[in-house]
Design a protein around this ligand. Structure first.
Ligand code: ASP
Length: 339
């Protein structure tokens, strides 16, 4: 049976073309996708495409658009074998992380990809990214998809989406997954690292469309003032604060700082400790500078990325009460952290 893949175009550089007259980049009409990439005709995959009416630069990404994407996936879930989402690379890790939480019991691939150069340019990385992402989304063994999770495919590597971080603004290799191995590498063959893949769920897909954006990130630096810290902790309606700490989860031991965090926790605000480092994990209690945080009820984010922490909090706060949110924050829900 020929695989069926649905391509969803949200925007980003990949779908842009240079206007011959003005030289400006503008989105091309996805109805003419195969004119741009004739290679797609050679695929043994049944490809269909939907495009957002108004393609966006991914810096304009919003939770409401994640909901839109979830609905498109849900409505087409039984019609296709896999999905490819074309998306700007800037916030791709946030979208991949959000979708991973919003789509529970996934047993089909949802592959996000994009490019650093538009598809119409000679040295574009977009063609390879798109073609291989489609191949991965349609790949099956014994009529079952090989991948059953939300991934990012970029520059010959397939990553677990909620483990990624955009770390380079100009290299074709723009993403890294420092705390989790790559899921597959594309060379002459696509080599899947089966032991790293999420197992397909036997349960029915469950989608979540409620997200609570009342969260903030408090990134620490030596010299941060109490005014800055308190401004964030006292934002109206704030439900959770991601505390971006040093190294393995360390922060200042100054009394005013610990008191401010303690006061926030006493008010019912979740404080989630995520390291500023790209790799490694928060280990509260390893140093005395993090033991204090542990003692006052700061929750450790382990080796979660900031992108996954932001979207996990939005997802949990949107769907569960405070106690349940605190409990699930410490659990690995979609392969986003090593517990
Ligand atoms: N600014 C663009 C975006 O994220 C960059 C890209 O497409 O990679 O939409």
């Amino acid at each position: 049976m020929k695989s069926k893949v649905l391509l969803i175009y949200t925007g980003g550089t990949i779908g842009m073309m240079q206007d011959a007259k003005s030289g400006q980049l503008k989105p091309f009409d996805f109805k003419h996708l195969t004119e741009q990439i004739p290679e797609l005709n050679k695929f043994d995959i049944d490809l269909s495409a939907v495009s957002f009416d108004k393609p966006i630069d991914s810096s304009d990404m919003q939770p409401a658009i994640w909901v839109e994407l979830v609905k498109i996936i849900e409505n087409n879930y039984n019609k296709v074998d896999g999905f490819v989402i074309l998306h700007g690379s800037d916030t791709m890790s946030f979208t991949a992380s959000a979708l991973s939480f919003m789509l529970e019991n996934l047993n089909k691939p949802v592959i996000l990809t994009g490019s650093q150069l538009p598809i119409g340019t000679i040295r574009t990385d977009g063609k390879e990214n798109l073609i291989t992402a489609i191949e991965i989304a349609g790949a099956k063994v014994k009529d079952r998809p090989i991948i059953s999770e939300v991934c990012i495919y970029f520059e010959y590597q397939l990553y677990r989406g909620n483990r990624t971080h955009k770390f380079n603004a100009e290299h074709f290799q723009a993403f890294q997954s420092a705390n989790y191995p790559v899921l597959a590498e594309a060379g002459v063959y696509i080599k899947y690292h089966h032991s790293a893949l999420r197992k397909p769920s036997v349960k029915k897909l469950k989608t979540y469309t409620k997200l609570n954006p009342n969260i903030a990130i408090l990134k620490l630096f030596p010299g941060i003032t109490s005014a800055a810290v308190n401004a964030i902790l006292n934002i109206k309606n704030i439900k959770a604060v991601i505390l971006e700490t040093f190294g393995s989860g360390n922060a200042s031991t100054e009394k005013w700082f610990i008191d401010a965090i303690q006061k926030a926790i006493d008010k019912g605000i979740i404080v989630f400790n995520v390291t500023q480092c790209n790799a490694g994990a928060v280990e509260q209690g390893k140093y005395s500078t993090s033991a204090l945080l542990k003692n006052i009820g700061v929750i450790s984010g382990g080796n979660i990325t900031t992108e996954a922490a932001v979207t996990k909090l939005m997802f949990l706060l949107g769907n569960f009460n405070l106690i349940e949110t605190e409990k699930q924050l410490q659990q690995d829900l979609r392969g986003e952290m090593t517990v």
